[in-house]
Design a protein around this ligand. Sequence first.
Ligand code: ARG
Length: 474
Amino acid sequence: MSYRTGHFEKGIDTLAEEFNSSLSVDKRLYREDIEASIAHAKMLGKCGIIPEADAERIAASLNSIKSDIENGILAVENAEDIHMFVEVELTRRIGDAAKRLHTARSRNDHVATDFKLYVRNSCESVSDLLYALIDALTDLAEENFDTYMPGFTHLQKAQPITAAHYLMAYAEMFYRDLTRFRDCKKRLNVLPLGSGALAGTTYPIDRKYVAELLGFDRVSNNSLDGVSDRDFVSEYLYSASNTMLHLSRFSEEIILFSSSDYGYLSVDEAYSTGSSIMPQKRNPDIAELVRGKTGRVFGGLTAILTLIKGLPLAYNKDMQEDKEIFFDAEDTLFSVLKVFTGMITTVTFHKARLIEACGSGYLNATDAADYLVANRAIPFRTAYEIVGALVAYASSKKIPLDRLTLDEFNAYHGKSEAKKIEFESLKSGGLFDKDIYSKIDIKNIVNARLTDGGPSKAAVKKSIKDLKKRLLNC
Ligand code: ARG
């Protein structure tokens, strides 16, 4: 049933009616719709715009409609949208008093209010899910301070880190995501109701009272903006996209690191599946699906931006599309966060394989150069060249740096005669001593990186403490 008054002579075309209806999508807003209507009715009663007794009857009946929907007694169907459904049902239940509810209100300011209430709750729920994920990562990190592993740049082994350090990198990303949802919630918390269709109302309404009842920080300052603003949807979807982006990068690494060639970690069987043909396979489907579903949420962000970008002020029916886009992204984000958190708690890092992986790829080359800088006052660029030649030499012998003899360390391995002369002159001050071996030991390399944000156990512990403190205050 669509909303048609006396000036229509014909009924609406059946296909047009179906096309115009948003009930199948926006029925998800029934709670918020009723909450906003109760606040509006109370305000109308308090301001003497409708009789107080009617306001009370409206509120009571709206509450019973809500519980009937929740208990499955009342089916939400046969209306253009959720706002019409509730109003028609209310009228069916209490008659004339119900017909006073839509005084000083339009569906335009009503739908904006309902949707803001919904998105506000969603910001809270997603924050809870992000907290749980950050907690899971922190717990796993605390078990892996001493799990040494290669760190990469360009997907080439670069320098050693620990699994704790690696996991906490993602915890920091999810913390930023959490703050984005918090900001989104703060910014959206401005009441549109009272903006009317677009130009406010002549009734002596009390918008501040409605804002108070619904928990909004203040009322919107411009009625055209009040009904047209959908920034809160795009901001939420941007925040959701960023969260998905982080989850997708993480998933990519879980897929890579759990592959048989890497063998760095494994995910519990409960989160893997087999192949229908290859008996040996254990596939990381959950991580792959998380990566795959990321595109859907990015799509939602693009869709909402495209939807709004050409709309003249104020309300346009195009905006009805905003909810379907939002709900799909929200559902995706929630299910992904829940299953990903479950999966991550089952991850085991394979310590022996990881330390073995640190033994190839010359992860300690930078530290060999740093040794010359620290102990021999050799400029870093010169030290870098000396160690570059050493790495080339060790690599030609297919051995790691720590298997070179001290004589080999102290020999010139480069090709340039001029550099050789420079090298000999540096050497007179002494180059490598026995202590080079402990300086380039993987565990020592990691734990010497004590600077804030570094991978040493002490630094990671400090970062975790700092993150926990920030989480308490956000
Ligand atoms: N179902 C509509 C929506 O979601 C409600 C607002 C309708 N307003 C209007 N002027 N037709 O956007």
